[in-house]
Design a protein around this ligand. Sequence first.
Ligand code: CA
Length: 220
Amino acid sequence: MSRRTLKLTDALVDYVHAQGVRESAAARALRAETAKLPWAGMQISPEQGALMQMLIRLTGARRTIEVGTFTGYSALVVAEALPADGKLIACDVSDEWTAIGRKFWHEAGVADKIDLRLAPAVETLDALLATGAAGTFDFAFIDADKHNYDTYYERALELVAAGGLIGIDNVLWGGAVVDPARTDDDTAAIRALNAKVKNDTRVDIVLLPIGDGLTLARKR
Ligand code: CA
């Protein structure tokens, strides 16, 4: 058993949330609001949010980008951890979902750090690259449509500076990555990217079994 991550019971998860995470009132309220939606499972967990805040602070990140904002929880917690002059470009296609987040971004006092771009993320990333933004970002978080994951990864790798960090979410895909019966496109895309990243000499990597699986890739 020693090679395994502890299996978390509901009581342990509650304990982690109570003792291991300093969540702001606005972040807690946004998480509760999102929990009412049928797609609530798309929201990152509070301990993952806390980890991302720690990474932002440890790396001193100022220029950040996320692909897939949903109702804005990850954007909120990242923006909270950024310095006063820090920025997050948040990419999503849903006005309906991001509108939920915008309300809480204002409540948290971080709305001015978040630049929401409502467009297909590939267009936003390509527009940034076309205006000379390659190598200017410190942190990128990929958490959107899975069949485009490889494209998002490649664009993110261009956009972050050497030493910059890329987070890739849902890399365990509910366990589907090790289920041979799962042959759908999303699962195949995640498996393919995981295999590619494992051997990608452009980055240092670790796959963390937190939430639905989070790979951290540091650009060399
Ligand atoms: Ca996710």
